[in-house]
Design a protein around this ligand. Structure first.
Ligand SMILES: NC(=O)c1ccc[n+]([C@@H]2O[C@H](COP(=O)([O-])OP(=O)(O)OC[C@H]3O[C@@H](n4cnc5c(N)ncnc54)[C@H](OP(=O)(O)O)[C@@H]3O)[C@@H](O)[C@H]2O)c1
Length: 247
């Protein structure tokens, strides 16, 4: 089965490509680095020739509100139109657990638009909602740092290893479209403060991490459990403590 992985050179995408190829599928990485640009449409028709499944694990190069909205609008529109023309029968996209609860944030408004466009496209689809990747701890910390202190929202998080996300995305891609959402999360729940502290400690990062009772998450005021998945989420097998000890 030919599976085109948009964003196949990225953190998740490169792992999805390896895993699918290891299972005997023909997975093709597509991104600007391989000559495929979903925002301009360059190279799309060619790479989709003969593809049954498209996996979209791309991300906007800029997280600025307007830029990220323009990226997901243009990229998703071009991709879905090209898929319809090529006869693709399953569109798989990676999004974030709780996207609908995070709509104060420009990034998550853009992810919601991406999801809505997929639902309206007529192409059979599966949306994988993942929680935050282990690797995302530093980015989260950097976005909440003032001086030597990281000040985070009073919320819980159930982060997941990128390799476990890639496994779930790959399995979804070779399965039947669910025309809905599949949730995946890590095996353990933390306060955001503990997750960031342990993530920074693994890299000998000396910053202090504190909880701000009024702190925002990526620009959004959240309830304590808004980042957590529902009871039916598939759980990754990798524990954060094991992952940090390997860093
Ligand atoms: N971070 C988290 O904790 C988290 C949690 C849940 C879900 N997600 C979702 O996971 C997805 C993937 O994240 P990631 O961290 O794996 O991303 P990443 O490592 O930043 O990779 C982004 C990929 O997008 C590609 N790309 C950028 N512009 C493109 C364009 N114009 N056309 C086609 N491809 C383009 C890049 O290609 P080049 O290498 O060629 O530039 C790269 O392959 C995102 O949609 C994100 O919303 C993230």
């Amino acid at each position: 089965m030919k599976v085109v992985v948009i964003g196949g050179t990225g953190l998740i995408g490169s792992k999805v490509v390896s895993k699918l190829n290891a299972h005997g599928h023909e997975a093709v990485a597509a991104s600007p680095n391989t000559g495929v640009d979903t925002v301009t449409g360059e190279g799309l028709a060619d790479v989709l020739k003969g593809a049954s499944v498209v996996v979209d694990v791309s991300n906007s190069p800029s997280f600025e509100d307007t830029a990220v909205m323009e990226f997901f609008r243009a990229s998703t529109a071009n991709l879905l139109a090209a898929e319809a023309a090529a006869g693709v029968t399953h569109h798989v996209a990676l999004s974030v657990v709780g996207t609908d609860r995070l709509q104060q944030s420009g990034y998550f408004q853009a992810k919601q638009v991406q999801e809505d466009m997929i639902r309206d496209s007529g192409v059979p689809f599966s949306i994988v909602h993942a929680t935050q990747f282990f690797e995302f701890a530093k980015t989260l910390a950097d976005s909440a740092t003032s001086g030597d202190t990281v000040s985070v929202a009073p919320i819980k998080i159930q982060p997941i290893f990128s390799g476990d996300v890639a496994t779930a995305v790959g399995r979804t891609a070779v399965g039947t479209p669910v025309d809905g959402i599949v949730e995946v999360a890590g095996p353990d729940t933390f306060t955001l403060e503990d997750f960031i502290r342990q993530g920074l400690a693994a890299h000998n990062d000396p910053r202090t991490v504190v909880t701000d009772p009024n702190g925002l998450y990526w620009g959004a005021a959240l309830g304590e459990s808004d980042l957590l998945p529902g009871p039916d989420a598939q759980l990754g097998e990798t524990h954060f403590a094991d992952w940090t000890s390997r860093q």
